[in-house]
Design a protein. Structure first.
Lengths: 447, 434
């Protein structure tokens, strides 16, 4: 090993290949068959179950768990995929602690919900391992739909539209499909190249053509798409990042967390990925936690997340906070960055404590400094270069409940559109629902 | 600590827990281990005639029914009686009895239904010094095809006849083991009594097919693609066994006949229930086969702990305590009226009571938009289904309505007096008697 966690600066190989491999293993090991039976048996098969309502894609959870119980994991998977074609990814990345498992009556009863996410993974893995795709396309409608963005929203829309008999072309600016499934989600949540395998499995439906390195705005415009296709779905995600308002924020090694995570996800060999010794992450969401935890797992000696509000206000769930703490990440609350110091390159960041009162969040005047040879900004993503002509609302593309934008023939969903949380599962629900709405509209005009 | 020593049919043992005649008691090695672990007695694995021993299948002999987490709820078997030579068994019984004089050692026997066969084997068994014999009239598979086991146990006349032979040809206490594969257990029990049996033991195993392999279409356990019905035992058969024990205990003809309770005894509580319903001791097979002999420590500690708590000083004092409360349906008090009550603080809002009552019972539970579940007294017939399906213990309970309170389902006040079906106006026989 050429370096250690205490080597100053930004270097690679802080840990041995073995340690790195261990650190980036599956966060939740998959169930074996017996574990799944025991876990499934805990489900009460509630009447009008609260977990179903809590799932943004409304999966019939008690039904799929009962199917596992009765030895039909593939049938269970079908129940899941009927509602959520990316049920495999969602099983891995959904913050279940704030969704279905939070609503589980056993959470209320004993603080230990049925492990719905892991059961969902057991079922979906079982079906996907068979290499079969359980859906067939309806007779061709002769309609053509363009989907921009191959993230969860775009893929869910494309799959549903293809299933309903439409021909779909998916455009994405990046070289690989998956959106943040491929470039954003923490490595230990989706190991083993799952994001690409899932897309390949999804495309088995047929009728979906993938066109990569095709950026809307440069390779084509929204106008050309609306004239060439019967409908357009935008699942652009949030490509931009907010920048830090503090003095000196332009110094070297003050980086954007999403970019760091994308590099990490694309790194073939983690020993080659450099990381700082003292890493400071500014922000309070999932991105902040993922950047901090993965820095630590790469071998950074000291990693601190600084969030400007209190613990309760932190967008990252309690589970995510505990995960960070368990990996040795320090969480500092109620502090905002004031200035970044260093001679061209960051070496220290000054923070000011905050309090929230009638005037909103204000500095208390009390400050402290953290040493940093690398800083990551995780203070929110923004919609980057939205096509002209679309009405925006609070920085996102305004849509109605079914995903229709202000422009005729154009729908949008996922992170780039209003409505719902910025989560994979929400993006899937919105993509799916938009496809249904597009279908209804196209069939009405056809009929 | 309560005294667990028991005298059953004249046979003494330090506690009322015997191992039933089965694989756990098949040979000296097992029985020694059982006695060392603390078992009060054993009924040796059933002996057959002298001569070439019977043979067993050489493939799987057990099928299983699982509950959650592979908990064994029941096992069935197609094993026959001992497949070791009679001489070997007798020598071993002699040795073990000598080394464990304070334990009960009973020999189970099954030979053809001919007096000569019984006359031949009885003195040889008696010579071992064992404490008694049990007549295996229960085995429902294999041996019954050869006119033994359940084939005898299903014909009361044969039971009486063989029991009489045994009483005549030996001086040991005779326990008759009954098969549950009959319609009314009182008839075989009365036959044993008439033949002067010292006791009955029940139940032997229940004829069963535990499962079918849906790939090969063979019943399990499968021997080369074919299966045969076996005998079912373990926790799943306990309710049937309890009822049969109670039926014999409350039958005036057999009320004084000692009963050894068998069938699904797994915990001290199961044993206490058998005792309460009239058993003088219990026998255990499946629980020992699933968990090993070590469970005897829980069985004895649990039973004596409970007896201490209740102030019972001997097993005999417990035996039969619940028998007077077992009655016929026609004598149940129809003026006893209860209603389900849901403890809203304990409720976890799963809605199972609602689904059960709404779909399959009396539409007596309401559900609000915020998932509050409430009993509608005017509809509740107190069937208890909601209590049974509720996953939270004591969340739903049954509350007795006090005399004078109006039952909103019928609009009538609760009558303080006992009244049963025999006098009910809707009962045609009751009217005819007027
Ligand atoms: C670091 C990080 C971690 C996360 N962790 C979780 C998690 O654990 N669980 C969870 O539920 N959610 C998580 N999220 C949120 C989740 O990833 C998103 O909500 C989800 O991916 C949104 O899906 P989408 O399809 O709307 O957008 P994206 O996944 O962002 O996909 C958008 C796609 O559109 C393409 N695109 C963008 N602009 C153009 C253009 N002009 N032309 C062509 N193509 C374009 C992009 O290349 C991309 O492929 C995380 C997000 C981040 C940033
Ligand atoms: C594998 C097996 C073999 C048995 N063999 C005999 C036997 O030889 N003689 C007999 O009287 N009962 C036999 N039985 C029945 C048991 O003695 C006992 O009556 C029955 O299993 C019910 O008790 P349990 O529920 O505690 O197992 C056998 C049971 C099993 C499981
Ligand atoms: S006792 Fe029966 S009828 Fe009454 S509420 Fe419960 S389930 Fe319904």
């Amino acid at each position: 090993m050429s370096h250690s966690p205490r080597t100053p600066g930004i270097v690679s190989e802080r840990l041995s290949p073995d340690e790195l491999a261990r650190n980036f293993e599956d966060l939740h090991a998959p169930y074996d068959g017996h574990e799944a039976m025991v876990a499934a048996d805990r489900c009460y098969f509630c009447h009008d179950a609260p977990c179903i309502t809590a799932c943004p894609t409304t999966i019939d959870i008690p039904l799929f768990i009962r199917q596992i119980q009765t030895g039909q994991p593939e049938g269970a998977a079908k129940t899941i995929f009927d509602q959520n074609i990316l049920g495999g990814m969602c099983a891995r990345v959904c913050p279940t602690e704030t969704l279905c498992e939070d609503a589980c009556v056993r959470e209320a009863a004993e603080g230990k919900p049925v492990e719905i996410g892991r059961l969902q993974r057991f079922a979906t893995d079982a079906l996907m391992a068979k290499g079969v795709h359980p859906y067939e396309r309806a007779a061709s409608t002769g309609k053509k739909i363009a989907v921009v963005g191959a993230g969860p929203a775009g893929l869910a829309c494309a799959h549903r539209a293809a299933m309903l008999g439409h021909d779909v072309v998916v455009y994405d600016a990046r070289p690989k499909p998956g959106g943040l499934n491929e470039y954003g989600i923490a490595s230990y949540k989706t190991v083993g190249g799952f994001a690409q395998a899932e897309v390949a499995w999804l495309l088995q439906i047929g009728g979906i053509e993938m066109r990569h390195d095709q950026k809307l705005g440069s390779a084509m415009t929204l106008d050309t798409l609306t004239s060439e296709y019967d409908a357009v779905f935008l699942g652009l995600g949030l490509g931009g990042v907010n920048s830090l308002g503090a003095d000196g924020a332009d110094k070297d090694n003050v980086d954007d967390a999403v970019g760091f995570i994308a590099d990490l996800r694309q790194a073939g060999d983690l020993t080659k990925l450099p990381v700082g010794r003292n890493v400071v992450v500014i922000g309070g969401g999932m991105t902040a936690v993922d950047a901090a935890v993965q820095s630590k797992l790469l071998g950074a000696d000291d990693v601190t997340i600084v969030y400007r509000r209190g613990r309760d206000a932190m967008p990252a769930s309690g589970f995510e906070q505990d995960l960070a703490a368990s990996k040795g990440v320090r969480l500092v609350f109620n502090a905002q960055p004031k200035a970044v110091y260093g001679n061209g390159t960051v070496c220290e960041i000054e923070f000011e404590y905050t309090e929230s009162g009638a005037a909103g969040l204000t500095g208390t005047g009390e400050t402290f400094r953290l040493p940093a040879d690398q800083a990551f900004m995780a203070i929110g993503q923004t919609l980057a270069d939205a096509p002209d002509g679309l009405t925006l609302e609070r920085g996102k593309i305004a849509v109605d409940g079914a995903g229709k934008t202000s422009v005729a023939k154009v729908w949008a969903g996922g992170d780039c559109a209003t409505g719902g949380d910025d989560l994979t599962v929400t993006a899937v629900a919105e993509g799916r629902d938009a496809a249904e709405d597009i279908h209804n509209e196209l069939m009405q005009s056809a009929g | 600590m309560a005294d667990l020593t028991t005298t059953f049919a004249g046979i003494k043992s330090p506690n009322p827990f015997w191992l039933a005649s089965a694989p756990p008691t098949d040979k000296e090695y097992n029985v020694r281990r059982a006695f060392e672990a603390g078992w009060g007695g054993v009924v040796w694995k059933t002996l057959g005639e002298a001569g070439p021993p019977i043979v067993n299948v050489n493939g799987p002999r057990y099928g299983v029914v699982y509950g959650a987490d592979r908990r064994v709820l029941g096992i069935n078997n197609i094993e026959l009686i001992t497949d070791r030579p009679l001489e070997t068994n007798l020598e071993e019984i002699t040795r073990v009895k000598k080394d464990f004089p304070d334990r009960a050692l009973v020999a189970s026997i099954m030979v053809p239904c001919e007096e000569a066969a019984w006359k031949a084997i009885l003195p040889r068994v008696e010579d071992t010094g064992c404490d008694g014999i049990e007549l295996n009239f229960g085995c429902p598979h294999g041996m019954s095809e050869r006119g033994m086991g359940a084939a005898v146990g299903q014909v009361p006349e044969y039971i009486q006849m063989v029991t009489e032979w045994c009483k005549e040809h030996c001086d040991m206490p005779v326990i008759v083991k009954l098969t549950p594969n009959i319609t009314d257990i009182r008839y075989p029990a009365r036959a044993a009594h008439a033949g002067h049996a010292d006791a009955v033991s029940l139940i032997n195993t229940v004829s069963s097919i535990t499962s079918v392999n849906l790939d090969t279409m063979s019943p399990e356990p499968s021997i080369d693609g074919k299966g045969s019905h076996g005998g079912f035992c373990g926790p799943a058969v306990k309710p049937m066994a309890l009822n049969m024990v109670a039926e014999i205990a409350r039958d005036p003809e057999t009320a004084d006949l000692p009963i050894s309770g068998i069938g699904g005894v797994t915990t001290w509580r199961d044993a206490a229930e058998f005792l309460a319903l009239g058993a003088g001791n219990v026998q255990v097979c499946t629980a020992a086969m699933v968990y090993g002999f070590g469970i005897i420590k829980e069985l004895t500690a649990g039973l004596s702990g409970w007896m201490d708590e209740k102030g019972y000083t001997s097993v005999a004092e417990v035996s039969g305590r619940a028998v007077p409360n077992v009655t016929d349906w026609q004598y149940l008090n129809l003026n006893y009226i209860a209603k389900a009550r849901i403890d809203q603080d304990a409720c976890i809002k799963c809605g199972r009571c609602y689904a059960a009552c709404e779909d399959t019972s009396h539409q007596a539970i309401s559900m609000s938009a915020d998932r509050t579940f409430e009993v509608i007294d005017a509809e509740c017939v107190a069937c208890n289904l909601c209590v049974d399906v509720c996953p939270v213990e004591n969340c739903i309970t049954m509350e007795e309505l006090a005399p004078g309170v109006i039952d909103t389902r019928t609009g009538k006040p609760v009558d303080a007096n006992y009244a049963n079906w025999t006098t009910h106006p809707n009962n045609p026989s009751a009217r005819a008697a007027e």
